[in-house]
Design a protein around this ligand. Structure first.
Ligand code: ZN
Length: 474
């Protein structure tokens, strides 16, 4: 295709603060009773004054520091005027000229800015009319804008996922797209001449990473076709129809001048550099280990496989559990690798069947004890999986669980040799076939020896014992 796509993202995230942005009303995204968390300030009654939520400012500054952006020494809030039933004041308090964060980078994508604003109320359209729930009105909302440097749907998806992980790592937001805690808008244009931007179209209502990727891919395709057929792309806002898997026109785009931004006279400028808690140094000192550092640590310290690292790091709970587990194993790389393997493939499978991960209910000490038993060949890999499932189901001590279910492998060398010898004596036909060069006959003998041991023999060890006996007595 001769068209170069250019994509920029605008991502909003509801911040995980106890109270709203400018008042003491509770910020509770799970509140289901409409208009339970409201007060005269977030309902915009006359004579009320907003007061800035310091935790919200801190969250945005920490995000900015994690992105390597420049944190403002002074910042201010502006009024963004527009009239909508879900904006009680008739304007939204946002930031225009002086955002909290400028610049930065994530997943190879340059960031323009990160600023702080307030969320709108939630409208529900019914046949009888539109209902408005103000629980969300005034909830602190972070907006991150990227440079228009993304060139594919996949890259956009990668960036959005990386941001979700970062927000969760920082505890800044639940960042759940389905719940609307993180909302992605994409500005997409295509151009034949890569030195000139095409007309951009904004796509909204993207409430999953898949819809972000599909909507962008759809727009690139649609805009290219419009131009190819001799038409012109119209600057507009489009929605994403999940059912039809296509975008549709919503409204023509207003320019930023329509919002009549001006500094909010009710809110004095934020003098961040004068607050010792909010200087770049102080904010940076509060950052936890970030995903990139965690990936590097897992690779260097434990030499984990790239796929395992990705899977573990991609969930904050999972990697916290893994760190606890590695701690219980005293950081022994060989044991930690076995642990990672069981965590990534088997535990994930068990949780998938149960319909959700819950690491809080799993004891890393017990998991570590299980890993040591597997490493010592006290359990077969099948037995290890079974005991892990039992640990998840009922908890307890892995050795007791394995003993109770008869899953412990026989560690008695003489007894194992006895099973090997007995099967050789009892199966002259298979022995002859194996000696005749038929490999499958060995597996048959191993199976018979396993049966005789009632599953307590380790198949690998029995195979070795039988094969070496047959070779030496040849
Ligand atoms: Zn309020």
């Amino acid at each position: 295709m001769a068209f170069t796509p250019t994509i920029g993202l605008e991502i909003h995230a509801e911040l995980a603060t106890a109270t709203k942005m400018f008042c003491r009303s509770k910020n509770d995204p799970d509140e289901e009773r409409p208009n339970a968390n409201v007060c005269p300030i977030c309902m915009a009654h006359p004579g009320t004054l907003p007061v800035v939520n310091r935790d919200a400012v801190k969250h945005v500054l920490r995000v900015g520091a994690a992105l390597g952006g420049a944190l403002a020494g002074q910042s201010e809030f502006d009024r963004k005027s527009y009239f909508y039933p879900d904006i009680p004041k008739g304007y939204q308090i946002s930031q225009y000229e002086h955002p909290l964060v400028a610049g930065g980078e994530l997943a190879g994508v340059a960031i323009t800015r990160v600023h702080l604003e307030e969320d709108t109320a939630r409208s529900t359209h019914t046949p009888a009319g539109t209902l408005v729930d103000f629980n969300r009105a005034g909830v602190p909302l972070m907006e991150l804008v990227t440079e228009p440097v993304i060139q594919s749907a996949e890259e956009a998806g990668r960036f959005a996922r990386a941001l979700q992980l970062l927000l969760r790592t920082l505890g800044a937001s639940g960042a759940n797209l389905e719940k609307g805690q993180m909302r992605v808008e994409a500005n997409i244009s295509v151009s034949r001449d890569s030195s000139v931007y095409g007309t951009k179209v904004e796509v909204k209502n993207l409430n999953s990473f898949r819809s972000v990727e599909r909507a962008i891919a759809y727009e690139i395709e649609r805009q290219s076709r419009v131009i190819e057929e001799g038409g012109a792309v119209v600057q507009e806002t489009r929605g994403w129809d999940e059912g039809r898997q296509q975008t549709f026109s919503q409204r023509l785009k207003e320019g930023s001048a329509d919002y009549r931004y001006f500094p909010d006279p009710d809110l004095p400028p934020l003098r961040l550099s004068e607050n010792p808690e909010l200087t770049p140094e102080a904010i940076t000192a509060t950052l936890p280990e970030l995903p990139a550092a965690r990936r590097a640590r897992y690779a260097e310290r434990y030499a984990l496989k790239a796929g395992d690292i990705e899977h573990i790091v991609n969930s904050v709970e999972r990697s916290a559990f893994f760190d606890a587990l590695a701690g219980e194993l005293a950081g022994d790389a060989a044991l930690v690798q076995i642990a990672a393997n069981y965590l990534v493939s088997d535990l994930t499978g068990i949780y998938a069947k149960r319909g959700g991960e819950s690491y809080a209910a799993l004891d890393p000490k017990a998991f570590a004890a299980l890993v040591r038993m597997i490493a010592a060949k006290e359990l077969s890999s099948r037995g290890g999986k079974d005991v892990l499932a039992l640990l998840v189901e009922e908890g307890g001590d892995p050795r007791e669980l394995a003993t109770k279910r008869g899953l412990l492998l026989l560690r008695d060398a003489a007894a194992l040799q006895g099973f090997a010898d007995a099967v050789i004596a009892a199966e002259p036909g298979a022995v002859a076939e194996y000696r005749g060069g038929k490999q499958a006959a060995l597996e048959y003998l191993v199976g018979k020896a396993m049966q005789a041991s009632r599953g307590a023999g380790d198949p690998g060890e029995l195979r070795e014992l039988i094969a070496s006996r047959l070779t030496e007595s040849r």
